[in-house]
Design a binder for this molecule. Structure first.
Ligand SMILES: C[S@@+](CC[C@H](N)C(=O)[O-])C[C@H]1O[C@@H](n2cnc3c(N)ncnc32)[C@H](O)[C@@H]1O
Length: 277
């Protein structure tokens, strides 16, 4: 989704919007989060790795405050935007278009005072990828370096359930430039502590065929008629996360609740921040 040519335009708008907390949080929340991060970091001019930096909303504020920031993201559109903005604002930030699950550059080894991953990106990782990411973070951190991230906690199903089922019929919109019908549903799998957000996006068949021949729908493969987007979000109890982090070599694991402002969607209650060394 982050790399889709059409959807990534809407995602960038969502990142930048001050009306919604989707994709990125609002600027006032970002500033508060960074104020809090700095109280834990307690270091001026720190080297910081912003994993999944998106359009650089945190990276910029941190750079403005005198930190040396590197942002990594695999959304080309976001990284290009972040680079343009940094240039405009004369901020020295290193933005890298890369997947943080791949081997990180050798120059990253033991380089950072802080690695951060904000907006519950931790939750979308399946256990294998999560282990790879944690290994990458550990190797990029200086000894004693800090890792800060946020996750959904066990209040998430109750808080997110109100989303339930919904549908939208659009001429053009988030999912497609062409008319579409999107059927969205949220499922909770409590044994696995996973919430699935599923979106079935059905396109108008006549938009799909260039040839305009008879029996178009027969000519279309299923994948050309609809797409299913599934976003699996893990949510974690503090005990589970402590086990996961310490098994990967982290220590001094602390949870921090109620850091986000009330947003009417339950984020304050269902998002927990963690710091670990
Ligand atoms: C929800 S956004 C959060 C962006 C930013 N942290 C913020 O809060 O403003 C998640 C970002 O992580 C990026 N991302 C997700 N998985 C990634 C991966 N494996 N490697 C690099 N970037 C990734 C996406 O492209 C997207 O920009």
């Amino acid at each position: 989704m982050w790399e889709d040519e059409h959807i990534s335009q809407y995602l960038l708008m969502a990142h930048l919007s001050q009306e919604t907390d989707s994709a990125s949080r609002k600027r006032s929340t970002i500033i508060k989060t960074i104020d809090w991060i700095e109280t834990i970091l307690r270091k001026k001019g720190a080297t910081i790795l912003d994993l999944g930096c998106g359009p650089g909303l945190y990276s910029e504020v941190l750079a403005e405050r005198g930190h040396e920031v590197t942002g990594i993201d695999f959304s080309r559109r976001s990284v290009d935007y972040a680079k343009r903005e940094a240039k405009k604002k004369d901020l020295h930030i290193e933005y890298i278009y890369a997947n943080y699950l791949d081997d990180l550059p050798e120059a990253f080894r033991n380089r950072f005072d802080l690695a951060m991953m904000i907006f519950c990106d931790f939750d979308v990782l399946v256990p294998n990828d999560r282990a790879v990411m944690l290994k990458n973070v550990l190797s990029a951190l200086k000894p004693g370096g800090l890792f800060i991230f946020d996750t959904l906690n066990t209040k998430a199903p109750e808080k997110m359930n109100h989303i339930g089922k919904s549908w939208e019929l659009e001429e053009t919109g988030f999912w497609k430039r062409e008319p579409y019908l999107a059927l969205s549903e949220t499922f909770d799998y409590p044994e696995a502590k996973v919430i699935l957000q599923q979106h079935i996006v059905i396109f108008e068949p006549h938009q799909l065929s260039e040839s305009n021949q008879l029996s178009k729908s027969e000519q279309l493969s299923e994948s050309e008629q609809y797409r299913v987007y599934r976003f699996w979000n893990h949510y974690y109890s503090t005990d589970t996360l402590e086990q996961i982090l310490s098994a990967c070599g982290f220590s001094e694991i602390e949870n921090h609740d109620n850091l986000l402002p009330e947003d009417g969607l339950g984020s304050r209650e269902m998002v927990t921040f963690y710091s670990a060394i």
